[in-house]
Design a protein around this ligand. Structure first.
Ligand code: F6R
Length: 243
């Protein structure tokens, strides 16, 4: 794993946006795997600015998001569908046919998970997967204990994950209890991975990822050690506990 140390959130966002732009410029028909949450917001903002300024082509781009909350419709204000529309898809004027998220309100969720896997396969897989990291080491919504062989599936969210994401909801009871998420194995199939970490809250997870040599399902991000092309862009606060 290559680690790029940056000063702060803004530098992380700029660096990550540069890397996404380089990917799309070198391969206009790239398939990008995308994440939501607080971490990539600045990256999307910087990427949108770059794309509009430099005017590189996005018409052949395809995107697949990692996850969505179960039970939320795409129009729900807290859905990841709406997050992506607001932060990236609309500002870039991407066509709905270019963007994909698992549907958290699909009537048959197992079938939806299979459909999502099939769609990724049909476009030839993900070239570059953007990831954040949970304080407990989750990637996507793969909580500790998720099998490294998992594909897209329904996951019960840990109380600590619901707590961490409660900041986006009016009440913490409103945070859905389940999500549909790409599995660890789906993530590991990506050609390359760009992992972002910013802020003090992430320092223990980053330390464990970099220093604890055990690759185990109780710490999902440790699976990334088995991937040949992972770059982590982390800021000083996120790296603060690393010796
Ligand atoms: C989001 C996702 C999650 C987040 C993680 C960190 O699509 O898959 O794994 O990346 O929960 O969230 P933030 O960035 O809000 O700290």
């Amino acid at each position: 794993m290559q680690v790029i140390r940056v000063k702060n959130y803004n530098e992380m966002s700029e660096k990550a946006a540069d890397m996404l732009a380089a990917q799309v410029k070198s391969k206009p028909d790239s398939v990008l795997g995308l994440a939501t949450g607080g971490t990539p917001e600045g990256t999307y903002k910087a990427f949108v600015q770059k794309a509009l300024q430099e005017n590189f082509s996005l018409s052949e781009l395809t995107t697949f998001n990692l996850d969505e909350y179960v039970g939320l419709s795409p129009q729900h204000p807290k859905s990841y569908h709406l997050y992506m529309k607001n932060h990236l898809f609309q500002p870039l004027a991407l066509q709905p046919s270019q963007t994909n998220l698992p549907r958290g309100n699909a009537p048959y969720l197992e079938k939806e998970a299979e459909r999502y896997e099939r769609m990724i396969k049909e476009v030839g897989g993900i070239d570059l997967q953007l990831l954040g990291i949970g304080e407990n080491g989750h990637i996507g919504f793969n909580e500790p204990g998720t099998s490294f062989t998992s594909r897209t599936h329904i996951e019960k969210l840990n109380p600590t994950t619901r707590e961490a994401n409660a900041r986006y909801f009016e009440n913490k009871e409103d945070v859905p209890e389940h999500a549909i998420t790409m599995g660890i194995s789906s993530i590991m199939d990506s050609g390359s991975i760009l992992l972002l970490a910013s802020g003090e809250r992430k320092k223990e997870a980053v330390k464990r990822l970099l220093e604890d040599k055990n690759t185990r399902e109780d710490f999902p991000a440790s699976s990334l050690r088995n991937h040949p092309y992972v770059t982590m862009v982390a800021d000083e606060e996120a790296l603060a506990a690393v010796s």
